[in-house]
Design a protein around this ligand. Structure first.
Ligand code: APR
Length: 256
């Protein structure tokens, strides 16, 4: 999108569908956090870490070989998002969830992002497909925790004297997504009236299959993205622009 490009108008048909909707699904990707200044995986490869490929750091094999280095990389990535705050798009989605609840409808937010900004903005019904960078998981017993002993470079699990090594609770290359979360995401896509695909390139599986599942189930599918993706030609409404601009305007048109 060129900077001069006009912001898209919100189609009247979409407004009516949202007013009547009972089940709304939203899939978000890195683009939803772009206006908050969250660096993407690859943008984060600067400075000291520029010579490392994410594939050499975000894998179970990398952790097995050198857990200290993987921890350091994640500490650094966490430091990059420490002062980041939700943007207008995050807040609009949280508001949409509440407003839909008021009309006896529900919104399920499925995110590929690991930054926790949707919850920070107030979204409650969130399925994290790729985990959360602020949580740890024991590599041995799988126990998930939000606090860990930062004074040691290799924190250990404190659950029942397990003492297994803690790792970030995120999905690494070559790992499967958490099965129960994926199942809920698929059921949500297949059972919704309206499906939003926001700020995602729709390239990384299995999340990339969710919009197609919603289309097959005859849902209205809306894409919000400044750039075309593999589903742009197939969706009901392709809104070309930024989520931080379009989402607040959409919510305001319907509920203000
Ligand atoms: N508003 C909406 N969309 C935007 C914005 C914005 N402000 N800025 C960028 N985008 C769009 C881009 O045009 C692009 O299509 O967001 C998309 C981001 O694509 P990716 O970087 O591929 O992110 P994502 O789809 O989330 O990638 C999936 O891949 O790297 C792994 O695990 C990582 O969760 C990630 C997954």
């Amino acid at each position: 999108m060129t900077p001069q490009a006009e912001a898209p108008t919100i189609p009247q048909g979409l407004i009516e569908k949202l007013r009547a909707a009972k089940r709304v699904a939203v899939l978000t990707g890195a683009g939803a956090s772009a206006e908050s200044g969250v660096p993407t995986f690859r943008e984060a490869q600067t400075g000291l870490w520029a010579e490392h490929r994410p594939e050499d750091l975000a894998t179970p094999q990398a952790f097995e070989k050198n857990p200290g280095r993987v921890w350091e990389w994640y500490e650094w990535r966490r430091s990059l998002i420490r002062d980041v705050t939700p943007n207008e798009g995050h807040y609009a989605l949280a508001r949409m969830e509440k407003l839909l609840a008021g009309q006896k409808a529900n919104l399920t937010l499925i995110t590929q992002n690991v930054d926790g900004l949707h919850q920070q903005a107030g979204s409650q019904n969130v399925l994290e497909l790729h985990g959360n960078i602020q949580r740890t998981k024991c590599a041995q017993c799988g126990n998930v925790a939000t606090h860990w002993e930062k004074s040691t470079s290799l924190p250990q699990c404190e659950q029942n004297n397990c003492e297994g090594l803690l790792r970030p609770d995120v999905v690494w290359f070559g790992e499967s997504l958490p099965l129960n979360v994926l199942r809920q995401a698929i059921a949500t896509a297949q059972g919704c009236d309206i499906f939003f695909s926001i700020g995602t390139s729709v390239l990384v599986q299995p999340a990339a299959s969710l919009p197609a599942m919603a289309l097959e189930a005859k849902a209205t599918v809306v894409e919000i993205n400044p750039n075309p993706t593999p589903i742009t030609e197939r969706v009901t409404y392709a809104l070309e622009g930024l989520s931080g601009d379009i989402l607040p305007r959409l919510v305001a048109r319907i509920w203000d």
